[in-house]
Write a new protein. Structure first.
Length: 88
């Protein structure tokens, strides 16, 4: 009976030792977050044309979004078209 008790105590001692050793590993956590130098609010520039169209320009990628307002709904500028640069 004493042999079973010693084996049980030894098993729990080994489990505790492994838990303590793994708690002290100092590996730095790698963040998967991308940090940009310019906030998103400064990347986009807006403009309204003479015809009342609303445009957003992305200063980093050069993407232009042309927004169209729904006249029959209360949704405002919710549809947009992404234009792409074409080199001739």
């Amino acid at each position: 009976m004493k042999n079973i008790k010693d084996i049980t105590i030894s098993i729990f001692a080994i489990i505790g030792f492994v838990a303590i050793i793994t708690a002290f590993t100092n590996q730095p956590e790698q963040a998967n977050q991308t940090i940009y130098s310019t906030p998103d609010s400064h990347v986009w520039q807006s403009d309204i044309s003479d015809q009342g169209r609303f445009y957003l320009y992305n200063k980093v990628t050069g993407e232009v979004r042309k927004y169209a307002q729904k006249t029959h709904g209360k949704e405002g500028y919710n549809h947009y078209v992404i234009t792409k640069e074409v080199n001739y």
